[in-house]
Design a protein around this ligand. Sequence first.
Ligand SMILES: [Zn+2]
Length: 367
Amino acid sequence: MALIGKKRGILERLDAGEVVIGDGGYVIALERRGYVKAGHWTPEAAVEHPEAVRQLHREFLRAGANVLQSFTFYSSDDKLEISGNVLNFTGQQINEAACDIVREIANEGDALVAGCVSQTPCYLDTKNESEVKAIFRKQLDVFIKKDVDFLITEYFEHVEEAAWAVEVLQSSGKPVAATLCMSPEGDQHGVSPGDCAVRLVKAGARIVGVNCHLDPMCGVKTVKLMKEGLEAANLKAHLMLQPLGFHTPECNHGGYLNLPEFPFALESRAITRWDMQKYAREAYNVGIRYIGGCCGFEPYHIRALAEELAPERGFLPPASEKHGLWGTTLATHSKPWVRARANREYWETLLPASGRPKCPSMATPQD
Ligand SMILES: [Zn+2]
């Protein structure tokens, strides 16, 4: 469905108090589908297999996402070069292809396009502000040329680098959302979530929050600390959360990369759609209005967020046509004990089994 007229911007939506549903993680989902190589997690599939990227965008849109992020994770030139994954294309070609694909699909609905940058190897190697900023500027040039709706800095472990990215991106005049992958203990330098939030807002971010590394409930805690830091500093920003779609209760500061199961055996940790509804409600209750996901989030997880928050948003996503709320599609099942599962209480209180007789409930993180 093509929409006529200009879409309302991200700040317009958030300032009006609306809930904005984000999309899910692309690299993990596309690795599982056979289009991304684990390790460096670079997005050359935007050029090599555009139909795979297009389809995943479309599924997130159908599930209720109001924002589709460009598939430009780790697509700074220095990262692409180190990865050895990209031999026949330039970083600019990948970034441009990703922007074209995401715009095409976003225009099938009411979704906005976010141009995304992530942390660079250059920062860890050099800590050189002008070199790091030059890398982000090059990516920004593509986002300006392709006229994305707003910009996101995601997957930064160090607030210093994220703030540099925000400073570059906000020079475009487009709104900037800044998310760090951090725990309630703060970033990898131990800067607290509250101080990180203050620093990002002072750099020019209008939306701040957390993405990746840890599970939704941990993310809610961290964003709450960011909110308190902003309040104490008398600063205002919208709050955002895009956590893992995996349970990580035993993880510490380093997040899920330190789990023995990362990245090829995380299936038993997958969060169910019903857990996602709890997450959406918790996030909403602490004042987070941009609610999405990162690694491990599949389209049905995004649908669960949209379904939980349907009373606030006033509508269900297209994908709910095939999904009765709280399992009600089972109401006509031929077997009575399956029919009995067609209710909220059943799914809300279920503790799913792992199916593995010797499966421990927790692992020991390796750091
Ligand atoms: Zn992630």
